[in-house]
Every structure is written in C-alpha cells, then in structure tokens.
Design a protein around this ligand. Structure first.
Ligand code: ADP
Ligand code: MG
Length: 716
C-alpha cells in the first residue's frame, strides 16, 4: 500500500526476479530473467559510466584513487570489471580489502550472487580464522586489511626488506605462488576509514610499488580526503624510475571521482541536548512510523549493548501498544551476527511493512542497505582510544565527526529524498563536533603494528613512511612492552625464536606469548583453548530477562582461579556432551560461539605445530595454566585497594582505577591479585576475563619489567 520501492531495485520474486538474499540463490537456481535484472541493476549504478575510464586508469597508472558516494558500486562492481577485463586471467587473483569483517562477508556473498556463482568458488573471502576461498578456483578475493597485512609477511617480494636472519618459516611453494599472484591488482577499499591496518598497508604498498611497478593499486574512498591520499602516493621527481615510464606506466596517482546521484536529505536536529540516546532513538523511530510515509529507517547507535536494548524496547512497543507500531520489523546490525540474521537485514521488507535497522557505524559507508529513507543519528560511535601513559586501550563511546554525520545522513537519500534526525542540537553540530575523525593509528596501541613491521624487516619504524604518524609515546610504549615480553632484543630486533613465533600467531602479542610460554610449561592444550575462547566475543548467552538463569548456569562452571579456568570447564563440558547444541542451550552457553571456538582452536593448533611448539595437556594442574597466562599478561596485573569497600583495584603499572566486570566469575569475589585480559570502559574501567595470580609469579615472568616499574624508569 503506497510503498514506493526504489527504481532499479530488483523485482519481487513473485514477479519472476530474484531476491537479493545472499548465499542461497545461486547459478543453477536463478532464472534467466533473474540474470537480466541483475545485469540491468548493475548498469544503473553510478560507477558503471566510469567502467572504461577505471579500466584505462588501472592499465596505465600504478595507483588509481576512486572516490564515490556510498552505494555507487565501488566495492561490488570494480572487482567484477577488473575480472571481466582479464585481470584475473592466468590464475591471478584480484584482492579487495575492507576494514570490517562483516563487510567482507556481506560484500563477497553479494558479488557471488551477482555473478551467479557459489560463494567460496570464483568469489571467496578470508577473514581471520575463516578462509572461504578455493585454490586455483577463486579469482575475486575479499579480505580484511588485517589479513592482507598478515599475508604480506610471507610475500616473497618483501624478502628484500627483511631481516637477514629471518628464516624461521618456509611456507610451501604453492602458498607463495598464490601470494605472488595476489599482487597484481589490490584494491584497498574504504580507505577513508583510516583503519590501522589500511594505513600500514598504504605505507607498505607504496614502498613495494617502487620496486614492483606491475603491482596496481586501487584506493577507494567515500570522501574527498582522497587529495591527501594522492599526495601521499606522489613520488618525488628524482625517485621516478625511467624504465617504468618506458612501459607507458605513469607512476603519478590519479583521482577519479564517481558522480553520485544522491537525493536531498532534510536534516532535523534535536532542540535540546539528548540525555539518553537509546530512548531518544526509540521515540524517534516510533514518531517516524506514525507520521511519515513508507520507507525504511536506519538508526545509528554504537554497539551490541545499546542496539540490543533498543531492539528490545521497540519490540516491546510493538507487542504492547500495537497501535503505533504494527508493521514494524526491527533488526539489529553489528559484527558477530549469524549468517541468517545478516541475510534478514539485506532482504526486503514484506509489502506494507517498515524495516527498522539498528546498526553500528558499519552501515555508515561499508554496507549499502536498500530502501532507507529515514536515518536516525545518535551522534556517537564506538571508537578505540589508547593512552600511552597508562598503556590502556579502550573501546569507548565517543562523539562522531561532522564528516561521519554527513555520511550517515547521506544514507537516507539513496533512493529518493529522505530525512535525517540528529539526536543532538545544531549548535553542537556546528560548534562542537570535530571536522574529521582521527586516524585509528593515532589512537591505538602500537604493539601489534610494531611486531608486524619488524617481521617484515622494517627496522626504523619511526622513520617509516606513514600516511599519518603514530605518536612517539605510543611507539616507545610498544617497544618497551615487546622488550619485556622478550619479543624484541636489546637492539629492538625480533628475538629468535620467541619474537618470530609471536609474529606468526595472528593474535595480540600478549596472547601469542602466553601460547608460547604454555608450550614450555606443558599446558599448551589448555592455553590454546583459552586463547580460542578469548578470540570470540562471548561464550555466554545473555540478554534481558535471563540474567538470573544465565548467572546460575555460569556458577556451575565457575572456577576459583577465575574466568580462564572457567572457560576450560565449559569447553570440557561441551566436549563431553558430544558438542551438543542442547547442552549449550541448557547451560546458557552460546552454541554458535562454541563452534567458532572449536574452529579457531584447530587453526591455532595447526599454527602452533608449524612454528614448532609442543602440544601437551597439563591435565588438572591449574598452577601452570596461571603461570602461562602471567607470562603473557603480566603487564595487566592489578591489586585490590586495601581500604576499598567497592572492589576497586589499581593497575600495577599505571595505578589506574579498575573494577572486575560483572560478567566475570570473580565479580564480588575480589581476590587480592588479578590479571585481566582486556578493559571495557563504561561508567568505570572494567576488567573482562580475570584470573587470580600469585604476585611472586609476576617477578618471575617479567623481572625486568617490574624492577623498572619500581624504580620508575619506565619511559626512557
Ligand atoms: P559502494 O562500495 O560504492 O558503497 P556497493 O558496491 O557496496 O557500493 O553497492 C552498490 C549497490 O549494490 C548498492 O547501491 C545496492 O543497490 C547494491 N547492493 C550492495 N550490496 C547489496 C546487498 N547485500 N543486497 C542488496 N543489494 C546490495
Ligand atoms: Mg563499498
């Protein structure tokens, strides 16, 4: 009834077309009609007009920068154009990176759909611990920027940058061959996001390009920050290599701007500052539903917690009042959703229904959602912040930039004129929001980054050609931590074997160090399980209304030592149940997460074997498990404040106030000495995943670190 579906949108299946559901409708089942409509749809995208131009530029330029509004077809089309033009011929692979895992999966399945192939065959994807590609079959590979960075560590072309002693690993020939093929065209997508891995890749690729002109780079971005990107890639005149120009290759980068066709978006601001943006978002959605004509709503909140809360509030509303909210379909969108949940988000709402998608900033530019006419912008997102003085890295809810606010509003004008409701005042937007965001590299711990660059043989990290330089303090901190983990030696070179082994494990260096220590301590089976659990979001089922039951269930597994040992108990129970989903259900354990744990565990075991670690179980000796955890995480040691009655701890290194997170089995137990795995900051700094320790183990694990600490000579 009066639903204005956008033109160019694929027709409903009752009209004989295909639904844009990813994954299930593949070549054999798609009708010929379906193909035609996909082709037409592809041709209507703004980027299509630039197809020839793009292909010409990629042919003749080392670096092509493509700017185009979100939804213009950069991500889904350009890799296909390249393939059609033969860039994937001869067994080569076209790579396209994304900063976010969920975007990698969603885009890959969309492209597979458009090409009428099964995901994982011609079109595949790789994210950490999940490789959905097929050797010799996959020609378009979507991957996270982090994975590409890891793959580069084994790239033979980088050997010349490497440390001469580096020869711990000799990857199979086939593997090297694969990677060598990967180098032909690389598209770094979503460059405006300035994720830490994208920035590192930009620096590395620029360096490689000098030696390998046949390597073509496409950098795509949703904003015009492209100018600085192009300046970054401009080679200094004397650096030009004459033989490249003889081959007709231009080394100077070029910017191509894809003219979009966005519609006007009317902006509405709050009159007063908003106290509770979750509540405000919910009321705004209900108001839109009541007063505005058909069209889907996209709400930007910050993370799983507030998204789940608002989904719940809206659904409660649907159930209780009914009147205002019938016809609403409310869906969350954040990373960690199951495949089925993701598909719902992209599918079309049934006629007469209004879809409301409540999302993190993944829908800001990484994913295109069809049919959005109304945007509700909370003005916040979760951002990483790092304090090099306290060495604390946090994901915090922080105000977005004006550039982000504009992007968010733009999502309402894709299909017809739309409206954006900003849950902040105009005065705030104009006078208090920063113009641009800060690149992630300037607000992150540099520990992982330093180790990766070291493994690539880049020794002078401060002198590295960064698109944006990280802070010296963060760099010094990282060197100090890596030194205390014995990953770097006195000359700041990777130690052998520990440093090289740590670099090989695709986890935080502290976790990697814990795994390596466990091999020496004889508890690697247990520690690998713990590492696998720590790499998934949460193994518990939580949610409003079941808190009590799930807390009780947790108690059944709770170990006095803390969360890490509790995880081992859960894993054991799961294993003994025959990996049963019913068992998980009964115990408020997330079955999905446990399957993932099994997968990650297998991969970690494979890596451990490859780098020569000993796989062994310590049976029930939890003392050694605690020792191994301490060997990796000694820097996160805290002690309970003696006179504190509210469970306040202080970190040993920076005397920061921290508390045990309510999800921990040690919540309210408050042992004297603990080590935490990570911090989350809300009203306070909470330690997640906590284990008790013996302070003497600290000195044993890191005498140097704690001696320095005591004599206050931390920052040299
Ligand atoms: P860009 O990368 O320039 O932001 P995309 O290539 O992601 O644009 O999207 C181009 C178009 O493809 C969108 O406008 C949308 O119509 C369509 N599209 C992309 N992903 C999906 C999906 N998962 N389901 C349905 N349509 C999609
Ligand atoms: Mg895109």
């Amino acid at each position: 009834p009066g639903t204005e579906r956008p033109q160019g949108r694929v027709v409903d299946d009752e009209e004989g077309g295909v639904l844009f559901l990813s994954g299930s409708h593949h070549s054999s089942s798609s009708s010929r009609y379906g193909y035609a409509s996909i082709d037409k749809q592809r041709q209507r995208l703004p980027v299509f007009k630039y197809r020839t131009a793009i292909l010409y530029l990629v042919e003749t330029r080392a670096t092509t920068i493509i700017v185009g509004e979100t939804g213009s077809g950069k991500t889904t089309q350009i890799p296909q154009y390249l393939k059609e033009a033969g860039w994937a011929a001869g067994g080569r692979l076209i790579a396209c990176t994304q900063p976010r895992r969920l975007a990698v999966q969603a885009v890959a399945s969309r492209v597979a759909e458009e090409m009428g192939v099964k995901l994982g065959e011609e079109v595949g994807y790789t994210i950490r611990f999940e490789d959905v590609t097929k050797p010799d079959v996959t020609v378009l590979k979507f991957l996270t920027d982090g994975v590409l960075l890891r793959e580069m560590m084994d790239d033979p072309l980088l050997t010349k940058y490497r440390n001469c002693e580096l020869d711990v690993k000799v990857p199979g020939r086939a593997f090297e061959h694969e990677l060598e093929k990967l180098r032909h065209v690389i598209m770094l997508d979503e460059a405006h996001e300035r994720s830490i891995s994208t920035d590192i890749l930009l620096g590395l690729l620029k360096k490689i390009q000098r030696r390998r002109p046949e390597l073509r780079l496409i950098i795509s971005s949703a904003t015009i920050e492209a100018k600085s990107m192009s300046d970054f890639f401009r080679m200094r005149k004397k650096r030009r290599e004459p033989e490249n120009e003889e081959h007709g290759l231009q080394v100077e980068p070029v910017i191509l701007s894809v003219e979009g066709r966005g519609f006007n978006v009317q902006i509405n601001y709050s009159e007063e500052p908003v106290q509770d943006y979750v509540q405000a978002a919910v009321s705004t959605v209900l108001l839109i539903h009541e007063r505005e004509p058909a069209g889907d709503v996209l709400v930007f909140l910050t993370g799983q917690d507030d998204i789940d809360a608002s989904v719940q509030l809206l659904n409660d509303e649907v159930q209780t009042t009914g009147k205002h909210s019938s016809g609403l379909i409310v869906l969350p969108l954040y990373s960690g959703l199951s495949r089925a949940e993701q598909e719902l988000v992209f599918s079309q709402a049934p006629r007469g229904k209004r879809k409301v998608i409540i999302s993190t900033n993944i829908a800001e530019t990484s994913l295109t959602l069809e049919g959005i006419v109304y945007v509700v912008d909370s003005g916040f997102s979760k951002q990483r912040f790092y304090n090099p003085i306290s060495d604390i890295e946090n994901l915090v809810v922080a105000p977005i930039s004006r550039a982000s606010a504009r992007q968010r509003a733009g999502r309402a004008g894709r299909v017809r004129p739309g409206k954006c409701y900003r849950l902040y005042t105009e005065e705030y937007f104009l006078n208090h929001m920063s113009n641009e965001g800060i690149p992630e590299i300037q607000r992150s711990s540099m520990v992982s980054c330093v180790i990766q660059l070291k493994a690539l043989g880049i020794d002078n990290i401060l002198g590295f050609d960064w698109p944006a330089s990280p802070s010296t303090e963060a760099m010094i901190r990282a060197l100090e931590i890596l030194y205390s983990l014995r990953v770097l030696d006195d000359d700041a070179k990777l130690t052998s074997p520990t440093g090289f082994q740590v670099a090989e494990i695709p986890l935080d260096p502290m976790v990697s160090k814990m795994i390596i220590a466990s091999s020496q301590l004889g508890c690697s089976e247990e520690i690998i399980t713990i590492a696998a659990v720590l790499s998934v979001q949460s193994i518990w089922i939580s949610g409003r209304g079941i808190q009590k039951e799930s807390d009780e269930a947790k108690l059944r597994f709770a170990a006095a030592e803390g969360d890490h040992v509790t995880f081992l108990n859960v894993y054991k129970g799961f294993h003994q149940s025959g990996k049963s989903s019913q068992w998980c259900h009964k115990n408020y354990v997330n079955y999905h997460a446990m399957r993932k744990v099994l997968e990650v565990r297998e991969q970690l075991k494979r890596i451990a074997k490859r780098i020569g670690l000993v796989l062994k179980s310590c049976e029930s000796d939890m003392q050694v498990v605690r020792k191994a955890v301490t060997a990796g995480f000694f820097a996160n040691a805290c002690h309970l404040e003696e006179y504190s009655h509210n469970g306040m701890y202080k970190t040993l290194r920076g005397s920061q106030e921290v508390y045990i997170h309510p999800s921990s089995v040690l919540f309210r137990v408050n042992p004297k000495w603990v080590i935490y795995n990570s911090l989350v900051s809300t009203d306070r700094q909470y330690m997640r995943n906590v284990i008790t320790i013996d302070p003497s183990c600290l000195l044993e694990a890191a005498p140097h670190f704690y001696q320095l600490q005591q004599s206050n000579h931390l920052l040299r």
